[in-house]
Ligand binder design. Sequence first.
Ligand SMILES: Nc1ncnc2c1ncn2[C@@H]1O[C@H](COP(=O)(O)OP(=O)(O)OP(=O)(O)O)[C@@H](O)[C@H]1O
Ligand SMILES: [Mg+2]
Length: 262
Amino acid sequence: MLSIDSLHVTYGGAVQAVRGVSMEVPDGKVVAVLGSNGAGKSTLLRTISGTLRLHRGKVDAGSVRLGDLDLVGRDPGQIVRAGVVQVPEGRRIFGRLTVEENLRAGGMGNKDKAAKAKAQERVFEMFPVLKERSSQRGGLLSGGEQQMLAIGRALMASPKLLLLDEPSLGLAPRIIGQIGEVIAEINRQGTSVLLVEQNATMALGVADLAYVLDVGEVSLSGDARELAQTDEVQRLYLGHDGEQAPLRTSAVSGKKLSRWTA
Ligand SMILES: Nc1ncnc2c1ncn2[C@@H]1O[C@H](COP(=O)(O)OP(=O)(O)OP(=O)(O)O)[C@@H](O)[C@H]1O
Ligand SMILES: [Mg+2]
């Protein structure tokens, strides 16, 4: 289990991006984190993955623990070896490398050849398109395929906990639906997932538990399905204001979360 307790994070000693957040990701679960732009979602993931320093951020107080292991202060490589792998915002695959080379880069920290071969097989099974395109440059893939490659690359490290930062960003509703199904399948195969999303419909559809971040603080948390029924989430994140018909009722839609358009 990942446990975050009273976490405070600042950038440049001034911007308080995360202010007293406590959160849990139980083993085997999918946990969603919703929140508007600037709520601190990416900061939270960077803190967990040890990449905060690369962004000049600093943990001021609080703890992040994976089981008995304290993750604060560890470098990103150690955290990957502990089983926590992040797919950063904006995918960032290697556009000039082939699909296969991108995947190999994800498995680099893993010395066990048999485990790596198995991980690649699992990735190709989950994403047949990556197998078909394995010798093509990553940069030539569509946005959705690049997101699949970014997720596949992370799976090459055989994570216990996968951190996803807005995987639906900029993708068409149909592709967002596929991403939701992929997350559910990854979880069924035994990986816990911490999913940061602005697409509340997709996130709450796939998550067991959810947290809402509001300017660096948790404003709501609980069972994902129950949370989806609350007035605040309906109004702010699912686009239902009680006066008009629901905008979309399908399980997964392209509706973007926003505090100002609801
Ligand atoms: N490298 C940085 N240096 C200074 N301030 C930063 C940095 N990164 C983020 N911030 C600030 O920290 C706060 C939280 O940002 P963060 O990126 O974590 O939000 P977010 O919820 O991921 O937003 P988005 O939905 O736009 O991705 C914001 O006020 C942001 O401006
Ligand atoms: Mg972000």
